[in-house]
Design a protein around this ligand. Structure first.
Ligand code: APR
Length: 320
């Protein structure tokens, strides 16, 4: 059987890391696409030359021609511009919306059967726009945010508790921005919910609140340190986890920016929710009961995503 084909639209910091990870994990053959001439070709060659030492079997190709993504099984989109210090993700809206239009058209023409994972920010609005521009079914277009946000939460919690991050689970809902909703009640160490751990004296409510805020600001903290761009190792790893679940029909339950129509009281909006990813794409959105406080935080996040979608419609009249 031929290897799966993974097309990476955008060969910048995240795109290059995605290519390296996909090759090392032997998820398939990789095509790196970018409008910048030489960048995808150079990265593809560099990563291919790591193959003999690493011992992976995968081909890598860099290109500036959408025709080369033909028949891709998975497309991961990072095309666009990242944040600089002082910018919010929302500041990227106008410029990255135009990029989503050309990417959506390229995917619709050359890889209409692909499972598409969007990483470009502001995420919840860009994944919506990408689905609209590409016309692909909503269950085949998803945004990567929740896996990253919960990974950041898990990392901070494992440091606080001094336990393996393998035993820390975290649950983050809502938009990928300042209004994201890390749910302490559904986040655990070896199955013990965080509020119980506070009662057991493992940490204090103040420290937990600090960790939740640091998770919300996780992207900005890295932008502030790097100064010239935004995070790329953990975002790429998170998207690869989602791609692997699709390609291997693992049916992982992962938090992602999925199209929600019915669950959580929503009627057709991309926002961060737990979802099952398998061979059919987003196979199920897992609706959960929220407390009044959690619902209020989720509603606030939903309003902020709706505001971004409305702004997209204001910029591009072709968006319904
Ligand atoms: N089509 C294809 N590629 C494009 C286009 C386009 N229309 N416009 C820009 N690009 C390419 C750039 O040439 C660049 O190589 O997208 C790449 C983006 O790479 P980086 O600037 O290194 O950004 P990166 O850190 O990878 O982040 C990409 O993901 O997390 C988000 O906020 C982040 O929106 C940003 C995106």
């Amino acid at each position: 059987m031929a290897r799966p084909k993974i097309a990476l639209i955008g060969a910048g910091q995240i795109g290059g890391t995605l290519a390296h990870l996909a090759a090392i994990k032997e998820l398939g053959d990789v095509v790196l696409f970018d409008i910048s001439e030489g960048t995808p070709q150079g990265k593809a060659l560099d990563i291919a030359q790591s193959g003999p030492s690493e011992g992976f079997d995968a081909t890598l190709k860099g290109t500036n021609d959408y025709a080369d993504i033909a028949g891709a099984d998975v497309c991961i989109v990072t095309a666009g511009v990242p944040r600089k210090p002082g910018m919010s993700r929302d500041d990227l809206l106008g410029i990255n919306l135009k990029v989503m239009k050309s990417v959506g058209e390229g995917i619709a023409k050359h890889a209409p059967d692909a499972f598409v994972i969007c990483i470009t920010n502001p995420l919840d609005a860009m994944v919506w726009a990408l689905q609209q521009f590409s016309g692909l079914p909503a269950h085949k277009v998803v945004g990567m945010a929740g896996v990253l946000d919960s990974a950041r939460f898990r990392h901070f919690l494992s440091v606080e508790f001094n336990v393996s991050m393998k035993d820390v689970t975290a649950f983050v809902l809502g938009g990928h921005g300042d209004t994201m909703v890390p749910l302490a009640r559904y986040s655990t160490v070896a199955g013990i919910p965080l509020p119980d751990l506070v009662e057991m004296g493992w940490t204090t409510q103040d420290k937990l609140d600090g960790i939740i805020q640091r998770t919300r600001d996780g992207g900005a903290e890295i932008v502030g340190l790097l100064k010239t761009g935004s995070a790329f190792y953990a975002p790429a790893t998170s998207a690869i986890e989602m791609a692997e679940s699709y390609l291997k029909d693992q049916k992982r339950v992962l938090p992602c920016a999925a199209y929600v129509d019915g669950a959580f009281g929503l009627d057709g909006l991309y926002v961060g929710v737990p979802a099952v990813i398998g061979a059919n794409g987003i196979e199920k959105v897992v609706g959960i009961k929220l407390t009044a406080d959690e619902q209020a935080m989720f509603d606030k996040s939903v309003e902020s995503v709706k505001g971004l979608v409305a702004a997209c419609k204001g910029i591009d009249a072709t968006l319904a």
